[in-house]
Write a protein that binds this ligand. Sequence first.
Ligand SMILES: [Ca+2]
Ligand SMILES: [Ca+2]
Ligand SMILES: [Ca+2]
Ligand SMILES: [Ca+2]
Length: 204
Amino acid sequence: MRLMHCLGTTAFVSVLTLWFSSELSAQDIFFTRSDYPAGDGPHSVFPVDLNEDGYDDLVTANFLSDNVSVLLGNGDGTFQTSIEYGAGDAPISTSSADFTGDSNKDLVVANQDSGTVSILPGNGDGSFQNPISYDVGDSPIFVFAIDLDDDGCHDLITANSVSDDVSILIGNGDGPFKTRFGMRLATIQVPFFRSISTETGLEI
Ligand SMILES: [Ca+2]
Ligand SMILES: [Ca+2]
Ligand SMILES: [Ca+2]
Ligand SMILES: [Ca+2]
C-alpha cells in the first residue's frame, strides 16, 4: 500500500511517498522523497485535480514571489515542472472550485499583504488566466471555497488575521465575461474564542 504526504517548506515542494506492508511494523515503513522547485517562499500546498485527468495536481502559494506554482501530477507520485501564475501580494493559502460556471476548475488565492483574494480562471487543461482580485478583510491567511447559500455557486470564506474577522464572498457563478460576475462581500466579526452561526446555519 502507498500513502502520499506533501510538504512545502522552502522554494521546493517535497513529496514523501510512504510504503508499508500489509502487516505493519516500524521496520516496514519507509519514505521516498522527491523535491520539486516552486516559486519563492511557498507557505502552503493544496492537492487538487485541476485538469480532470484523474490525477491529483499540486498548487503552492508562494509568499515571497507573489505567485502560485501549479505542478501537474503524472499519477504515479511524480509531478511535472511547475508553472507560475501571478497573484496578489504575499499569497499564503489556496483553494479551488469552478467559480465561473464553465466547468473548468479555477484557483483562489488569499493574499496576506494586499488584503485580497485572487481568482484565476482555469482553462480546463491545468493552465490559468490572469487573476481577478476582490477585497477582503485585513491580512487574510486562509481561504476556503464552499457553497454557503446552497444556490449551486461556490462562495468563499477568508480568515483575516489582523482585522479579527472572516470575510464571506457570495459568488454568482456567471463567469468572468458577464457583467454580473462578481462576489458580494460580507464581513463578520469573530469574538475571540467563540463561534457564531450564520443565517445559513454554518458554524464558523
Ligand atoms: Ca490532474
Ligand atoms: Ca510581495
Ligand atoms: Ca471555471
Ligand atoms: Ca453559493
